[in-house]
Ligand binder design. Sequence first.
Ligand code: THU
Length: 139
Amino acid sequence: MVQEELLERSKQAMNMSYSPYSHFKVGASILTQTGNIFTGSNIENASYSLSMCAERVALFKALSEGHSVFTDLVISTSSSVPTFPCGACRQVLFEFCADIKIHLTGIAGRVYTVRDLLPYAFDAFQSFEHDISMKKSRC
Ligand code: THU
């Protein structure tokens, strides 16, 4: 089943985490509408603010390889408590896939969308009346 594979891939990605500062490992796997899976782990830096979250690594890998329609995202962490995506990741995910189904390891049978997690989101394409056709497909 695809979701089991997604879960497994996010755990594998978590093991690739580079997190010597926080010791908090995160892995993410994102599924495209065409069935491709991209994964990411958090990658930290001695200059802390340059660190990158796992979710954005996975999303950017997919986007940079031409994928722009996403259906599911799985997030795994080294914590025993399910971990929601940070605010920055919510905003970035909102740009590309506001309705993606987010699965958190440790919370079975419950999915969240970015719209759930980021109500009243800042949407530049509405706020500035940008040409909506320029926007990457939503999920
Ligand atoms: N982190 C993620 O990878 N994703 C999130 O949504 C929350 C935080 C990472 C960033 C940093 O490397 C570590 O977790 C602790 O904040």
